[in-house]
Ligand binder design. Structure first.
Ligand SMILES: Cc1cc2nc3c(=O)[nH]c(=O)nc-3n(C[C@H](O)[C@H](O)[C@H](O)COP(=O)(O)O)c2cc1C
Length: 368
């Protein structure tokens, strides 16, 4: 867990990633002081890489009215302040996750009725095909070629803004039933043109789009792509398809695959458990030969150590535990007796006391 990781010009001090998590607390897409404190605290907390939440490339690309954006100069200014804080006060690197909500857009905040349409003020949504997510969601408009070009351009511009803010890495959200995912999943892509049908066709737009974003993003900074490696539904993508998807992403310039699953259809019946998506990461990493991020119910240092040591992923993304404890990585390292991770210098006396108390507890457990 505490070994460094290098990719292109990026060097992480350890293998823990704070996974992207929507906070639904922006007005007009502007990440305000809440975001500075939230992301800043996680950067101070020791994770090698801290991701922003899905940050939207246009007002109508948002999931909800509270989602973060990077389509104007004011938003870029706020993001730069957050990135600068992380860089000047911690050894964490900071990654930007870019996304477009597609058919799951115009819905309520995460703690309201998530994925259900807004009570008022809805905006029209687009997707690969006119397939709605749930019975109450809008039927999206199937994207035209012009729509595809516009969205690609929005992502390329957002990537350039992100590079200007100083983000160290970019992640493209192609999972969980959002716009790009709606092309990849056979249950939501019913197109009869070159962008629908077999997997190679369903990947055509996500790959065109990845190549365009790669060209707009600095060559020394990596790009990861988050996918749903299993739709958990009859007729949906399976982990075999995920291996094929990852191979195509690698050929189109992705450096890493962030291996999530599900949330592409209401029919899904996922099988949850400890580290439940790690087998998909394992297959992609070892069959395709591309770096992966494992995610999903990884919540102990032991899990991270086992996954990394067994070569099942290069990095482990940890989401909900970081909501319970911004200092998850520093605490987990101390519990393992590893004292060499950088703590903020302002907090060093807390580190010393924690390590002493943990050593004393270990001694007492041995004596008992
Ligand atoms: C509050 C919350 C918001 C989330 N928002 C995002 C997001 O913006 N982008 C994304 O790719 N995943 C998002 N996720 C999924 C997490 O990144 C992660 O994949 C999932 O929670 C499983 O990891 P965990 O078991 O460590 O929580 C979110 C999860 C939570 C709990």
């Amino acid at each position: 867990m505490c070994t460094p990781f290098r990719m292109r010009g990026l060097e992480l001090s350890n293998r823990v990633v704070m996974s992207p998590m929507a906070m639904y607390s922006c007005k007009d897409g502007l990440p305000d002081d809440f975001y500075l404190v939230h992301l800043g605290a996680r950067a101070l907390g020791g994770a090698g890489l801290v991701f922003t939440e899905m940050t939207c490339v246009a007002p109508r690309a948002r999931i909800s009215p509270g989602c973060a954006g990077i389509w104007n100069a004011a938003q870029s200014g706020s993001w730069k302040r957050i990135v600068d804080f992380a860089h000047s006060n911690s050894s964490a690197k900071i990654g930007l996750q870019l996304g477009h909500a597609g058919p799951k857009g115009s819905t309520q905040l995460g703690w309201e009725e998530a994925d259900e349409p807004l009570k008022d003020g809805n905006w029209p949504v687009i997707a690969a095909s006119a397939v709605r997510y749930g019975p109450n969601n809008q039927v999206p408009r199937a994207m035209t070629r012009e729509d595809m070009d516009r969205v690609t351009e929005q992502f390329a511009e957002a990537a350039q803004r992100g590079a200007g803010c100083g983000f160290d890495m970019l992640e493209l959200h192609c999972a969980h039933g959002y716009l790009l995912s709606s092309f990849i999943c056979p249950l939501t892509n019913k197109r009869t043109d070159d962008y629908g049908g077999p997997l190679a066709n369903r990947m055509r737009y996500p790959l065109e789009f990845l190549r365009a974003v790669r060209a707009a993003w600095p060559g020394d900074r990596p790009i990861s792509v988050r996918i749903s490696a299993h739709d958990w539904a009859p007729g949906g993508n399976t982990p075999d398809d995920a291996v094929a998807i990852a191979r195509m992403l690698k050929d189109a310039g992705a450096d890493m695959v962030d291996v999530s699953s599900g949330q592409t259809t209401r029919e899904a019946q996922p099988v949850y458990g400890r580290m439940y998506q790690t087998p998909f990461s394992d297959r992609i990493r070892n069959e395709v030969g591309i770096a992966t991020i494992a995610v999903g119910n990884i919540f102990e240092a032991d899990h991270v150590n086992s996954i990394i040591a067994a070569g099942r992923a290069d990095l482990c993304a940890i989401a909900r535990p970081h909501l319970a404890d911004p200092f998850w990585t520093l605490h987990a390292a101390a519990q393992q007796g590893f004292t060499k991770l950088d703590w903020p210098k302002q907090y060093l006396s807390g580190k010393a006391q924690l390590e002493r108390n943990l050593a004393r507890a270990a001694q007492m457990a041995l004596g008992a």
